[in-house]
Design a protein around this ligand. Sequence first.
Ligand SMILES: Cc1ncc(COP(=O)(O)O)c(C=O)c1O
Length: 305
Amino acid sequence: MKTKGADLIWFDGECLKWEEAKIPVTTHALHYGTAVFEGIRGYSTQNNLYIFRLREHMERLHRSASVYSLPMKYSIDELCDATLDLLRKSNVKESCYIRPLTFVGLHGIDLNITKNSPTHVTIIVFPFAKYFKSEGINTCISSWRRIHDTSTPPMSKAAGNYLNSILATQESKYNGYDESILLDREGNVSEAAGENIFLIRNNVVYTPHIGTSALEGITRDTAITIAKKLGYEVMERPIPRTELYFADELFLTGTAAEITAIVSVDRHSICSGREGPITKQIRETYSKIVTGQIEEYSRWLTPVW
Ligand SMILES: Cc1ncc(COP(=O)(O)O)c(C=O)c1O
C-alpha cells in the first residue's frame, strides 16, 4: 500500500515507525493471498475523533480468519485497544481510514494452514475523505461474476477475494464508469466491487440477501437499521439485473463509499440522474450518526480522545 499515513504502524503488539514495518518477500500471504483484513473509518468532529463500529469490524476480522483457520493472536478486545493505542500514539485527530490486516508469514510453499501456522497482525491508519469523487455515480454490470461460497467464500473478507473485485473495477473504469456491479452465479445482483447495493421501488427498500455472494457489510447493516427507523419497509431478497433499470432509486453502502447514490446503470438513468429523496434521507442520517449527532447510536462510536 503506497498510502503513507501516520508515522507509526501497529505490528504484532508494537508501534513501529512506518519505514520499519517490513516483511520478507517469502511471506506466504504475498504468494497465496492468505490474509484477511478490515476497513474502518474514523470521523473527526469538533468534540472528538470517533471510530465507527470498531468492535463489529474486529469481530468480522475474527470471523474472516476462522474460515481459513488463520490463527488470531489477538482477541477482539486487544485489537480494539491496539487501534486506539495506534491512533493516540500517532496523534491522529483528522478523519481517517484504519486498515487491520492478519496474514500468514513464513510458511514455505505449504498450503496446509493450521492453527500452528505463523500469522502476523498490522494496523495501518491514514487520512481519508471521500471515496467516490461525485455525489452520484455511474455504474455498469460487470461481465465478471461474483465469487461464490462454494469456492472462495465471499463472507470472509479475504485478501485473495479482491482479485475478483479488481477485474470488475478494471473493466468498469476502462469503459468509463465509476463502479461495477457484479451478478452472482445464478445471475442475480450480488454487490458492487467494494460495496453492498440497495434498490428502492414504491418506497420499499430492497437489498440482496447474503446468499447472493454479498459481503455482510457493516454499512449495509447500518443502512437497514436507519431505513427501518425512518419507517421504510426493508426486504432482503434476490434482485434481477433488469430490476435495477426500473428502480426509483439505487445506492451503495460501504465503509469507504459510505452512502453513495447510483445515478445510472448500463447508461440507464436512475431517478433522472440525481440522488433520490430516500437515499438522501438515509445518507444524511448516516452522516449524523457517524459524527455523534444522534445520541441513540452513540453505542456505535468509540471516542479516541
Ligand atoms: C466486496 C465488498 N462488499 C461490501 C463492502 C461493504 O462492507 P462494509 O460496509 O462493512 O465496509 C465492502 C467493503 O468492505 C467490500 O469490499
